[in-house]
Design a protein around this ligand. Structure first.
Ligand code: SF4
Length: 278
């Protein structure tokens, strides 16, 4: 099984995390829903449970923009990481957990706005698009154990260190393991070299002149989405119909690449899309 030594300088971004086993296929991401000078002990315990059970990295994610960019930089710098265990409770102000899931599900628009999240400023403005795409290819699954905002019951799976340990353990098994609806095992390193990237700027909002052109692409994508079958069957090679719609708006794919749209019952939608694309 392919495993690689992470490059010098890994992990490239500092943060509230601990480095564990570099060859592990999983990182643990605990949502921090308070100020970082007052981290609740139960969240620290979750991060430590990740490291104790041999995760590659285990720590806190606080914001839907710069915090998430740091996670991306550190993960693409270690191709061995193929899974993220997402836990803790969602931060109602920033929605970083929802943003991470939406990123992995739908990607970003040309403006680097994460598609499909209600977070207030979900822009990954300080890292290149290639890095974001690589992150989405490298991470095959996010094991979502995230609790609702304000959840205090430490017996909930996303707040229970034992459940986090079991999730991490499942990710590095040689044979597939069923864990809460996810089939997990160590599939080996992503077969491309590590990418070392250090964030130079710390902008959480894109500049207006760059935002505008992409924003219209996003709006077009949302319009195209209305005419797609919305089965999310992935037969077009995209993760979701929304991701397909955004790529249609960017000119990166054609309606013919959706075989479901080709069925006779989709003729009206096909025609409408063709007119919109004229
Ligand atoms: S093939 Fe069509 S229906 Fe299936 S995911 Fe792609 S766009 Fe959606």
């Amino acid at each position: 099984m392919l495993k690689v030594k992470p490059p010098d300088g890994y992990p490239s971004e500092e943060g509230r995390y601990v480095r564990g086993n570099d060859y592990s296929p999983v990182a643990v991401c605990v949502i921090l829903d308070t100020f970082d000078f007052a981290i609740p002990p139960e969240l620290n315990e979750l991060a430590m449970a990740g490291i104790d059970s041999s995760a590659a990295l285990s720590g806190m994610l606080q914001t839907e923009n710069i915090g998430l960019e740091k996670v991306i930089c550190n993960i693409v710098a270690n191709p061995n990481i193929r899974y993220i265990v997402l836990c803790g409770r969602e931060s109602a102000g920033h929605l970083p957990g929802e943003s991470l899931l939406a990123l992995n599900e739908n990607g970003v628009a040309d403006t680097k706005q994460i598609v499909g999240t209600k977070a207030p400023t979900p822009y990954l403005y300080n890292i290149p698009l290639e890095l974001i795409e690589r992150f989405n290819q490298q991470i095959v699954s996010i094991v979502n154990l995230l609790c609702q905002p304000g959840e205090r019951d430490i017996d909930m799976p996303g707040l229970d260190p034992k459940v986090i340990q079991k999730a991490v353990w499942s990710c590095y098994q040689e044979e597939p393991v069923l864990f809460r609806g996810y089939t997990l095992y160590d599939i080996g390193a992503y077969p491309e070299p590590a990418i070392s990237h250090k964030i130079a700027s710390k902008l959480s909002h894109p500049q207006q002149d760059i935002l505008q052109p992409g924003k219209s692409k996003l709006s077009m994508g949302l319009m195209f989405h209305k005419f797609l079958p919305k089965t999310n069957c992935k037969r077009c090679g995209k993760r979701t119909c929304l991701a397909f719609a955004i790529d249609l708006a960017r000119g990166k794919c054609q309606p013919e690449e959706c075989p479901v749209l080709d069925q006779p019952e989709s003729a009206a939608d096909r025609e409408a899309l063709a007119k919109l694309l004229e």
